[in-house]
Design a protein around this ligand. Structure first.
Ligand SMILES: *Cc1c(COP(=O)(O)O)cnc(C)c1O
Length: 360
């Protein structure tokens, strides 16, 4: 059922922040997309409405039982001034997978994407155009029904907010220090680690604090059962280049299936570089380093696109990867993906989707 998206104007527009001061997740645009769900009405009242605080009942079920999911994607300004998205249909599909796992009613993927496009068109002035900048798009759903019994809620709200974000890196990709967590786990098979639900991030904070205190940028998570197999890093998937071949942990039900991960795999296949998705233990990674075969390690996710790992610490062993320099393959993948995203390179995969055409 297609519905009209209504528009509620705001009285005054905000002042736009300086591109240099953007950072990540600090500024929000003038409008948001909003839609409500009620068991009797389905998803209804889609609207583009002023970005403003919400009023929720203290017994809104999300506060108590945590039915909250989200997505993360970006809109990019291309050299000709048009705005485009990168594989947004994959985010819509994953959003519905998160809905399914958390017993949240399914959304119409095409309709939501249309709503996001309309929102971005309304907010096209908010898409920054400095080097490395983008408009971060955060769709999310949470339960709103006022009730204290444990069961799936009968009422939800879906919002899409927009945040202009600055360049993740300065002039160059910079390798990060990562530490292998052994005390805490991120996700278990059969649990919710394969979907983007808020609780996963709450559960990761304690280990992240430990990492911060030790001077590490991120955590490398191991599997919850044997504390042996590599899963992923913070909010990125992980890749290892060992003796000319690329390996990334196979999706197993506790790893988040990243859109960037999938794009890296597709790109490597296109380049005829051997790439395998398989279970890999942390021992194997350290053994490959000992043999002198661990050539590159990098994370892949929407925020940083590619994040080279320069140092890896597991128990009391620390290894330096590629002399703490950016690997050639990491750099090539980064250049190719960001080139496609920004409309500066050919897109042989048809990954980009135009939101607005050339301005003027
Ligand atoms: C979002 C996310 C990723 C990366 O997914 P992308 O679609 O590439 O941004 C990886 N791991 C976790 C835990 C995530 O939340």
């Amino acid at each position: 059922m297609k519905q009209e998206i209504s528009f509620i104007p705001r009285e005054e527009l905000k002042a736009k922040p300086d591109t240099a001061s953007l950072g990540f997740g600090k500024y929000f645009s003038d409008y948001m997309f909003e839609m409500d769900y009620h068991n009797d009405l389905g998803w209804h009242n889609p609207r583009i409405t002023p970005y403003e605080p919400l009023t929720l009942d203290p017994s809104a079920m999300v506060f108590h039982y945590g039915q909250a999911i989200f997505e993360g994607m970006k809109a990019y300004k291309t050299p000709d001034g048009s705005v485009q998205l990168f594989r947004p249909e994959k985010n819509m599909k994953r959003f519905n997978e998160s809905c399914d796992r958390l017993c949240i009613p399914q959304i119409d993927e095409e309709f939501l994407l249309e709503g996001i496009k309309q929102l971005i068109t309304t907010e096209k002035e908010w898409v920054p155009d400095g080097e490395g900048t983008s408009l971060y798009i955060r769709p999310f759903i949470f339960s709103t029904e006022a009730y204290l019994g444990v069961r799936p809620a009968n009422q939800y709200k879906l919002l899409v907010i927009l945040s202009p974000s600055g360049a993740y890196y300065g002039s160059q990709l910079s390798p990060v220090k990562i530490y292998v967590e052994e005390q805490y786990v991120r996700a278990v098979i059969g649990g919710v680690g394969h979907v983007k639900t808020a609780g996963n991030y709450a559960a990761s904070l304690k280990a992240q604090k430990k990492a911060d205190a030790g001077g590490y940028a991120q955590i490398l998570w191991l599997d919850a059962k044997e504390n042996k197999y590599v899963e992923e890093v913070g909010s990125m998937n992980i890749f290892f280049k060992i003796n000319g071949e690329v390996v990334t942990p196979k999706l197993n039900g506790s790893i988040l299936p990243g859109v960037t991960r999938d794009s890296v795999i597709e790109l490597l296949k296109y380049w005829n570089i051997p790439v395998r998705e398989e279970r890999i233990s942390i021992e194997e990674v350290f053994a490959a380093h000992k043999r002198g075969e661990l050539e590159e390690v990098f994370g892949a996710g929407t925020a940083a696109v590619i994040s080279p790992v320069g140092e890896l610490t597991w128990k009391d062993q620390s290894i330096t990867i590629n002399d703490n320099q950016i690997g050639q393959l990491s750099q090539d993948i980064y250049n190719e993906l960001t080139g496609i995203q920004l409309g500066k390179k050919e897109d042989p995969f048809n990954w980009t989707v135009k939101v607005t055409s050339v301005e003027g």
